[in-house]
Write a protein that binds this ligand. Structure first.
Ligand SMILES: [Zn+2]
Length: 125
């Protein structure tokens, strides 16, 4: 199987839609954050918690957007659907579910195990 068999236009449309969604999320979260920074709302603990949620939302949207944009740039370079790590095919099924996937299933699982290991180490320290 090769990336030439992929219907790249379809993924590109999905990625562009996702990018727009992320930008909306970012904008919405940014607005929430700017509301919370006024002096009178900062006095309330609840506002601080809401702000934290908004910051988290912004970070998630930002991370997602970066992944989507990286996928779009790989489409334009003809590298779409190739695992960033082992250069194997990411796989059509996986791309159907996650058009912005950069790793094949094996490398993704490996990356997640590493991240989990780092979390455990942090907690133990
Ligand atoms: Zn891989």
């Amino acid at each position: 199987m090769s990336t030439r068999n992929l219907n790249v236009d379809l993924y590109k449309a999905a990625l562009l839609a996702k990018a727009a969604e992320c930008k909306n999320d970012l904008e919405g979260a940014r607005k929430d954050i700017s509301i919370e920074t006024t002096a009178e709302t900062m006095e309330h603990g609840v506002r601080a918690a809401e702000r934290e949620v908004a910051v988290e939302r912004m970070e998630t949207a930002y991370r997602q957007l970066r992944q989507v944009e990286s996928a779009l740039s790989r489409i334009s370079r003809g590298k779409y659907g190739i695992c960033l790590k082992c250069e194997d095919d990411v796989g059509q099924k996986r791309l159907d579910a996650l058009p912005w996937a950069i790793f094949c299933v094996q490398c993704q699982e490996h990356a997640e195990r590493l991240r989990e290991g780092a979390r455990v180490l942090r907690r133990a320290a």
